[in-house]
Design a binder for this molecule. Structure first.
Ligand code: 26A
Length: 341
């Protein structure tokens, strides 16, 4: 394999995606533009979805989407390594073959006791609600990162990416990678991922413990406001970006950069005491298939450019391009062509 450059860790999930009526969301008390962990009351949803609706099975998992988009946009393949825990089943094979088809090196931990994780993606008017049953993804253990093979990969990469979701599973693994990045002046990139990680104190403790190690934070405007409220920074996302950039940081050799996307509106970036705004290319509404994985693919495009030493503006534009391609497809799937960059 080429020398790995980027290490991504997360919950490998198979998305069960379906266009549904609001009735189904209401029945399971699910809201659009949200992602939650399934509780017992949600478990019948998966069977009901498959039995009563036309569903599509699409590889998912927020960070795995980011890894796939980053590698799709990078010319040198096998430079992105992805890890997480899957079951020993057919769904794991689907995830592995799709992710490797994009050139990503997969280093899954396999847990034969649990099924590969699944995410019900309920789409209504292009917006979506996600309900995740983690299954095997929840069984990731730090010991997997302590093997000689994984340690050698971790030592050789320069960039780490994680979405907040993984903090529900193995916060000690996240801490280990983040500390390695800080100790070696490598870049640790992190997506806030979903409101529940900020709102639920049990999870926010883990987020707060990780943030001091984070060099680049991504969020959408909704997550940014939830964070602003939690930290008593108000609801103005420019102010929240500035406060977050200045918040406690372990590796002082790098300042923290904060990047907030706002759907079709300008992405705001706070870096080195300065606020900048970058407008995404407009996507005609009739071209949008679904907005699932828009944020993940923004991070993937950004990571591809940034890991090649590009400046923030070029990297943000690469993020916009990644999202532009993916929202015109079903879920996180790729147009049948090479990227335009
Ligand atoms: C722990 N949770 C809730 C999750 C997720 C998740 N990925 C990891 N952990 N809930 C939803 N997703 C993924 O988010 C992508 C869209 O941004 C879905 O699998 C979907 O592909």
């Amino acid at each position: 394999m080429s020398s790995p450059k980027i290490f991504v860790i997360g919950n490998p999930l198979l998305d069960i995606s379906s266009h549904v009526d609001m009735e189904l969301l209401n029945k399971y008390e699910l809201t659009l533009n949200n992602a939650i962990l399934a509780e017992d009351k949600h478990l019948p949803l998966y069977k009901e979805l498959v039995e009563n609706n036309k569903v599509e099975y699409i590889p998912g998992g927020a960070a795995q989407n980011t890894a796939r988009v980053a590698q799709w946009m990078l010319k040198d393949k096998q430079t992105v390594v992805y890890s997480g825990c899957v079951g020993n089943d057919e769904n794991a094979q689907i995830l592995k073959s799709n992710t490797e088809a994009n050139g990503v090196v997969t280093k899954y931990l396999v847990n034969a006791e649990k099924p590969t994780g699944a995410c019900a993606v309920l789409i209504n008017s292009k917006e979506r609600s996600m309900c995740t049953n983690l299954g095997a993804a929840n069984e990731f253990k730090i010991a997997h990162l302590e093997t000689e093979e994984m340690q050698s990969i971790i030592k050789s990469v320069e960039y780490f990416y994680m979405a907040g979701y993984f903090l529900t599973v193995s916060p000690d693994s996240a801490q280990m990678l983040a500390k390695h990045a800080a100790d070696n002046n490598k870049t640790f990139l992190y997506g806030l991922a979903a409101p529940f990680l900020i709102e639920v104190p049990f999870f926010f403790e883990r987020v707060s413990a990780l943030l001091p190690y984070v060099d680049i934070v991504f969020a959408n405007e909704n997550e940014a406001v939830v964070l602003g409220r939690k930290m008593n920074w108000g609801e103005d996302i420019a102010v929240i970006a500035e406060k977050l950039a200045a918040w406690e940081k372990v590796n002082t050799k790098r300042s923290r950069t904060v990047i907030f996307t706002q759907g079709p509106e300008s992405t705001i970036v706070f870096q080195d005491g300065k606020l900048s705004q970058f407008k995404p290319v407009k996507v005609a509404s009739e071209e949008i298939v679904d907005l699932n994985a828009a944020g993940d693919s923004f991070c993937g495009g950004f990571l591809a450019a940034y890991s090649q030493g590009k400046d923030i503006e070029t990297s943000v534009n690469a993020g916009h391009y990644g999202a532009w391609e993916i929202i015109r497809q079903n879920g996180c799937s790729f147009p049948n062509k090479q990227p335009d960059t």
